[in-house]
Design a protein. Structure first.
Length: 174
Protein backbone atom coordinates (compact mmCIF):
# COMPACT_ATOMS: atom_id res chain seq x y z
CA UNK A 1 0.00 0.00 0.00
CA UNK A 2 1.19 3.46 -0.88
CA UNK A 3 0.06 6.53 1.05
CA UNK A 4 -1.25 9.14 -1.35
CA UNK A 5 -2.39 12.72 -0.99
CA UNK A 6 -5.84 12.78 -2.56
CA UNK A 7 -6.28 16.15 -4.23
CA UNK A 8 -9.84 16.01 -5.57
CA UNK A 9 -11.33 17.95 -2.65
CA UNK A 10 -8.41 20.33 -2.10
CA UNK A 11 -8.60 23.85 -3.53
CA UNK A 12 -5.55 25.19 -5.33
CA UNK A 13 -3.39 25.98 -2.28
CA UNK A 14 -1.21 28.64 -3.96
CA UNK A 15 -1.27 31.72 -1.71
CA UNK A 16 -3.01 29.87 1.14
CA UNK A 17 -1.47 29.65 4.62
CA UNK A 18 -0.19 26.19 5.64
CA UNK A 19 0.40 24.92 9.17
CA UNK A 20 0.93 21.59 10.87
CA UNK A 21 -2.20 19.72 11.97
CA UNK A 22 -1.71 18.82 15.60
CA UNK A 23 -3.34 15.63 16.88
CA UNK A 24 -4.57 17.00 20.18
CA UNK A 25 -7.77 18.34 21.73
CA UNK A 26 -9.29 21.51 20.34
CA UNK A 27 -9.65 24.26 22.93
CA UNK A 28 -10.91 27.82 22.85
CA UNK A 29 -9.72 30.26 25.48
CA UNK A 30 -12.68 32.61 26.09
CA UNK A 31 -10.54 35.20 27.85
CA UNK A 32 -11.48 33.69 31.21
CA UNK A 33 -12.15 29.93 30.78
CA UNK A 34 -10.87 27.13 28.58
CA UNK A 35 -13.60 25.45 26.53
CA UNK A 36 -13.74 22.26 24.47
CA UNK A 37 -14.85 22.25 20.81
CA UNK A 38 -18.41 21.56 22.02
CA UNK A 39 -18.32 24.47 24.49
CA UNK A 40 -17.85 22.45 27.68
CA UNK A 41 -15.57 23.95 30.31
CA UNK A 42 -12.23 22.16 30.61
CA UNK A 43 -10.93 21.81 34.16
CA UNK A 44 -7.54 23.31 33.49
CA UNK A 45 -5.44 23.97 36.59
CA UNK A 46 -4.97 27.56 37.68
CA UNK A 47 -1.26 27.58 36.73
CA UNK A 48 -2.29 26.76 33.15
CA UNK A 49 -4.79 29.61 32.74
CA UNK A 50 -3.67 32.37 35.11
CA UNK A 51 -1.21 34.02 32.70
CA UNK A 52 -3.36 33.65 29.57
CA UNK A 53 -4.39 36.96 27.96
CA UNK A 54 -7.95 38.28 28.19
CA UNK A 55 -8.62 37.80 24.48
CA UNK A 56 -10.33 34.85 22.74
CA UNK A 57 -7.87 32.35 21.26
CA UNK A 58 -8.50 29.17 19.28
CA UNK A 59 -6.02 26.33 19.40
CA UNK A 60 -5.11 22.79 20.33
CA UNK A 61 -4.04 21.24 23.61
CA UNK A 62 -1.11 19.01 22.71
CA UNK A 63 1.59 16.87 24.31
CA UNK A 64 3.53 15.80 21.21
CA UNK A 65 3.10 13.43 18.30
CA UNK A 66 1.56 10.10 19.27
CA UNK A 67 0.40 11.29 22.70
CA UNK A 68 -3.32 11.80 22.10
CA UNK A 69 -4.48 9.11 24.55
CA UNK A 70 -2.20 10.42 27.30
CA UNK A 71 -3.44 13.97 26.65
CA UNK A 72 -7.10 12.93 26.68
CA UNK A 73 -6.59 11.11 29.96
CA UNK A 74 -4.83 14.10 31.54
CA UNK A 75 -7.46 16.68 30.61
CA UNK A 76 -10.55 14.49 31.12
CA UNK A 77 -9.62 13.04 34.50
CA UNK A 78 -10.69 15.22 37.41
CA UNK A 79 -7.46 16.32 39.05
CA UNK A 80 -5.46 14.84 36.15
CA UNK A 81 -1.90 16.03 35.71
CA UNK A 82 -1.57 18.72 33.08
CA UNK A 83 2.21 18.48 33.30
CA UNK A 84 3.52 18.52 29.74
CA UNK A 85 0.29 19.88 28.25
CA UNK A 86 0.86 22.79 25.87
CA UNK A 87 -1.64 25.12 24.23
CA UNK A 88 -0.86 25.73 20.56
CA UNK A 89 -2.82 28.75 19.30
CA UNK A 90 -3.61 28.87 15.61
CA UNK A 91 -6.02 31.83 15.55
CA UNK A 92 -7.60 34.64 17.52
CA UNK A 93 -11.36 34.22 17.80
CA UNK A 94 -12.19 37.81 16.87
CA UNK A 95 -12.86 40.15 13.95
CA UNK A 96 -10.47 40.95 11.11
CA UNK A 97 -8.67 39.05 8.40
CA UNK A 98 -6.54 36.03 9.27
CA UNK A 99 -3.39 38.06 8.61
CA UNK A 100 -4.57 40.88 10.92
CA UNK A 101 -5.45 38.40 13.67
CA UNK A 102 -2.07 36.66 13.43
CA UNK A 103 -0.32 40.03 13.57
CA UNK A 104 -2.23 40.92 16.76
CA UNK A 105 -1.50 37.46 18.20
CA UNK A 106 2.24 37.88 17.56
CA UNK A 107 2.24 40.97 19.81
CA UNK A 108 0.66 39.25 22.83
CA UNK A 109 2.86 38.08 25.68
CA UNK A 110 2.16 34.40 26.29
CA UNK A 111 3.27 32.03 29.06
CA UNK A 112 5.88 29.34 28.28
CA UNK A 113 3.34 26.56 27.80
CA UNK A 114 1.49 28.51 25.07
CA UNK A 115 2.84 28.56 21.51
CA UNK A 116 1.73 30.23 18.31
CA UNK A 117 1.33 27.78 15.43
CA UNK A 118 3.57 28.78 12.52
CA UNK A 119 1.81 29.44 9.20
CA UNK A 120 3.67 29.61 5.88
CA UNK A 121 2.46 30.76 2.49
CA UNK A 122 2.06 27.87 0.07
CA UNK A 123 3.28 28.19 -3.51
CA UNK A 124 1.14 25.40 -4.96
CA UNK A 125 0.20 21.72 -4.82
CA UNK A 126 3.80 20.45 -5.06
CA UNK A 127 4.79 22.71 -2.14
CA UNK A 128 1.80 21.51 -0.09
CA UNK A 129 2.65 17.88 -0.86
CA UNK A 130 6.27 18.44 0.23
CA UNK A 131 5.25 20.17 3.48
CA UNK A 132 2.65 17.51 4.29
CA UNK A 133 5.15 14.68 3.62
CA UNK A 134 7.67 16.36 5.92
CA UNK A 135 5.09 16.60 8.73
CA UNK A 136 4.06 12.95 8.32
CA UNK A 137 7.70 11.79 8.10
CA UNK A 138 8.26 13.41 11.52
CA UNK A 139 5.28 11.60 13.07
CA UNK A 140 2.68 14.30 12.50
CA UNK A 141 -0.84 13.85 11.21
CA UNK A 142 -0.92 16.26 8.27
CA UNK A 143 -1.42 19.94 7.49
CA UNK A 144 -4.12 22.59 7.55
CA UNK A 145 -4.52 25.23 4.85
CA UNK A 146 -6.29 28.57 5.41
CA UNK A 147 -7.63 30.88 2.76
CA UNK A 148 -5.81 34.24 2.80
CA UNK A 149 -7.92 37.09 4.16
CA UNK A 150 -10.48 34.77 5.73
CA UNK A 151 -12.61 35.84 8.68
CA UNK A 152 -12.74 33.84 11.91
CA UNK A 153 -15.60 31.35 11.92
CA UNK A 154 -15.97 28.73 14.64
CA UNK A 155 -16.68 25.26 13.28
CA UNK A 156 -16.02 23.94 9.82
CA UNK A 157 -15.78 26.15 6.75
CA UNK A 158 -14.24 26.03 3.29
CA UNK A 159 -11.73 28.64 4.47
CA UNK A 160 -9.89 26.05 6.58
CA UNK A 161 -9.13 22.62 5.07
CA UNK A 162 -7.41 19.65 6.74
CA UNK A 163 -4.86 17.90 4.57
CA UNK A 164 -4.17 14.29 5.56
CA UNK A 165 -2.53 11.54 3.60
CA UNK A 166 -4.77 8.54 3.03
CA UNK A 167 -3.59 4.99 2.52
CA UNK A 168 -4.89 3.68 -0.76
CA UNK A 169 -4.21 0.25 -2.18
CA UNK A 170 -2.66 0.88 -5.57
CA UNK A 171 -2.52 -2.12 -7.91
CA UNK A 172 0.32 -2.32 -10.35
CA UNK A 173 -0.15 -4.14 -13.63
CA UNK A 174 2.71 -5.49 -15.65
Amino acid sequence: MNPVLLTTDIPDPAGWWVSIKLDGCRAVWSGSVLLSRSGCRLNAPQWFTEALPRCRMDGELWMGNGSFQRLASAIQTKGGSWSGVEYHVFDLAEAGTFEDRMDRLSKITLPRHVHIVTHRLCTGMADLDRMEREVVDHGGEGCVIRRPGCLYRPGRSGDVVKIKRLVKDVEHSI
